[in-house]
Design a protein around this ligand. Structure first.
Ligand code: VGL
Ligand code: ZN
Length: 195
């Protein structure tokens, strides 16, 4: 599938934060391995002047998703801590980039970059119709962000060579990919982008 980027396209990089990388509080196995590929996508979009959105989990210390506060996860991505910082090698363009914080309220979790954020508004203001999604975790925030985009009427392109999952249960990531594709996402990789 060949894809030519146009001015109604945007890149959404999901949750490439230290706590989701090996050694972090809630590691995605090999989550760091996709950084170079994500950087290639970021460069392609930035070179064309297209917007790049970086979502980040940005939780309060006592967030509802944390063990001991009603949730399942170890504390992770607490706002303003090192674990919440982006991977140090992640390429962040100097302009036309946007940081979208999610899961910022104590009593509300957000696996989708669209939940209680300005992401949809920013995309619409820019006339974006197609969103290209990469990052972690395939089976949580990538899945929910991609399905969120589709539900809001955007076309979603899933960057298959630039996602990684946690697989709490074996096969979760594969099933998440199947679900996204069955809902209308189009799976591509970097070779599908026309120069
Ligand atoms: C995520 C679990 C908890 C994710 C965030 O970014 O996929 N997963 N919080
Ligand atoms: Zn979280």
């Amino acid at each position: 599938m060949k894809v030519k980027l146009s001015d109604s396209d945007a890149l959404v990089v999901v949750d490439m934060q230290r706590d989701f990388m090996p050694g972090g509080a809630l590691p995605v196995p090999e989550g760091d391995r996709i950084v170079p590929k994500i950087n290639e996508y970021v460069k392609r979009f930035a070179d064309l002047g297209l917007p790049v959105f970086f979502t980040r989990d940005w939780h309060p210390r006592d967030h509802i998703s944390f063990k001991g506060h009603g949730g399942l996860w170890p504390p992770h991505c607490v706002a303003d801590t090192e674990g919440a910082m982006f991977h140090e090698d992640l390429l962040i363009p100097s302009d036309n980039k946007f940081i979208i914080s999610k899961g910022t309220s104590q009593d509300f979790d957000a696996y989708s970059g669209f939940q209680a954020t300005v992401l949809e508004q920013l995309l619409r203001e820019r006339g974006v119709r197609r969103v290209f999604v990469c990052g972690v975790a395939t089976d949580y925030c990538v899945k929910n962000t991609t399905l969120g985009a589709i539900n809001l009427g955007f076309q979603a392109l899933l960057l298959l060579d630039a996602i990684k999952g946690v697989d709490v249960s074996e096969g979760d990531s594969e099933r998440a990919i199947e679900l996204m594709l069955s809902k209308g996402a189009v799976g591509i990789d970097i070779g599908d982008l026309n120069p």
